[in-house]
Write a protein that binds this ligand. Structure first.
Ligand SMILES: [Cu+2]
Length: 233
């Protein structure tokens, strides 16, 4: 490695290396742990769409109930912006948001307990893409998935939140994603009991129009603030 390259690399990595020492995954920007990813490469994670891995790889396919499946990551970046998307394998040019974008503070484990599937895609080969935008720019990890009928999947014990992790829906999000009923699903609770909120109506996913999102994010944020989640965050 040349001196110039080394210095560039050092400056890019300085922030996440500073905190990586405290985490089991040294040097990693972020690692998708749940569901099983297509693979992780620290160096190639900046490459869209899947961090350097073949988007068509189907070595381990996760069945993803429409009712929701957990996403668990470990991040070494303190201020991260997350985009959770999926594409059909037959059309990997077109990713669709599964939930509104998430903003997250804090380091370490981060768990979204209940990310809904796309009912129209049941039975088709699909790819989950998790995009993190943070200090190192955009980073990518993918997983081979297939949406299936069914209620919310259980959350494994290793899908959890670091003690300092706080997350909420990005108030600037204006995209088309639907929000799961009982909005706390899109935030960071790891218990299996995301109580219904004022946003809940039916058991199906609810379309949220852009003007609603700011209010909704506020509601969810307040909702979470009202409850003592210190034991599960
Ligand atoms: Cu990094």
């Amino acid at each position: 490695m040349t001196k110039g390259r080394l210095q560039l690399s050092k400056s890019i990595r300085s922030v996440c290396l500073a905190v990586a020492a405290a985490l089991p995954l040294a040097n990693a920007h972020f690692v998708l742990q749940i569901p099983t990813s297509l693979g992780f490469s620290d160096i190639n994670e900046v490459q869209a769409p899947c961090g350097g891995f073949d988007i068509a790889s189907r070595n381990k396919v996760t069945n993803w109930p429409i009712g929701g499946y957990p996403i668990g990551v470990v991040s070494t970046h303190p201020n991260a912006h997350w985009q959770i998307r999926a594409a059909l394998l037959e059309n990997t040019e077109e990713f669709v948001d599964l939930i509104p974008n998430i903003v997250q503070d804090g380091l370490g484990n981060f768990c979204l307990t209940r990310v809904p599937g796309i009912a129209d895609w049941v039975g088709k080969d699909a790819v989950l893409q998790v995009v993190q935008r943070a200090v190192d720019g955009e980073l990518y990890q993918c997983a081979a998935i297939k949406f299936v009928e069914g209620a919310t999947a259980s959350v494994p014990g290793n899908c959890r939140n670091g003690s300092s992790v706080v997350a909420s829906i990005d108030p600037d999000y204006t995209g088309p994603a639907t929000l799961p009923t009982g909005g706390s699903a899109a935030t960071t609770t790891t218990t299996g009991a995301p109580a219904s909120t004022s946003t809940g109506s039916s058991g199906t996913n609810k379309s949220v129009h852009p003007p609603m999102l700011g209010l909704l994010a506020t509601v969810i944020y307040l909702f979470d603030s009202l409850f003592d989640l210190s034991g599960v965050l």
